[in-house]
Design a protein around this ligand. Structure first.
Ligand SMILES: CC(C)(COP(=O)(O)OP(=O)(O)OC[C@H]1O[C@@H](n2cnc3c(N)ncnc32)[C@H](O)[C@@H]1OP(=O)(O)O)[C@@H](O)C(=O)NCCC(=O)NCCS
Length: 156
């Protein structure tokens, strides 16, 4: 069984990372360090015990219009126009490491970091790239928005 350490992206070698999603891999090679530098998102990576870069995810502040929440969730919140949240914008696990519960562990890590920050968010928001990714998030307890089934939320 592999063990992983999750840490902020720094000088890690991203060139050979391959998740099978071309757009996510391209973003990771070409865009993510600029986003971190410009404070658009933070990025965390999972490194396996043999030093391989096995996964990554990004976090950023976001908000969701109050009227996009389900009636049940809305009933528990003050009626402010928007609900503050944290966006898990991108998440990918390298093909060689998929199916070992790393994706689920990275989502748990993202929830934990979101819960620990001093600037609070009420929900973790995810954007699924396709139906399979949406099913993955639903399996982990996220609920899709009624008007966009590829955007899902979970309380922090
Ligand atoms: C989606 C992805 C992140 C999943 O990572 P992973 O490490 O293979 O998934 P895990 O092994 O942690 O799976 C955790 C749980 O989710 C389930 N699961 C995984 N993929 C699933 C899917 N598409 N639909 C439903 N459940 C799924 C697993 O069976 C597991 O369930 P269990 O813990 O009850 O046994 C990974 O396959 C990936 O990077 N894919 C390409 C990019 C992508 O789709 N990113 C999604 C974010 S937009």
């Amino acid at each position: 069984m592999s063990r992983y350490v999750v840490e902020p992206l720094a000088g890690h070698d991203r060139a050979t990372f391959s998740s099978g999603s071309e757009s996510l891999d391209r973003h990771f090679y070409q865009q993510v360090t600029q986003d971190v530098r410009r404070r658009i998102a933070s990025c965390f990576v999972a490194v396996s015990d043999d030093g391989e870069l096995a996964g990554f995810y990004t976090l950023a502040a976001t908000s969701l219009a109050f009227d996009r929440l389900s009636a049940e969730r809305a009933s528990r919140l003050p009626r402010y126009p928007v609900v503050p949240g944290i966006l898990l914008g991108r998440l990918a696990v390298a093909k060689a490491h998929q199916g070992r519960r790393l994706g689920g562990a990275l989502v748990a890590d993202a929830l934990l970091r979101s819960a620990r920050t001093e600037i609070v968010g009420h929900i973790l928001v995810v954007d699924a790239i396709d139906d399979a990714a949406a099913r993955f998030y639903q399996h982990l307890g996220f609920e899709p928005l009624a008007d966009d089934r590829h955007r899902l939320i979970r309380p922090i």
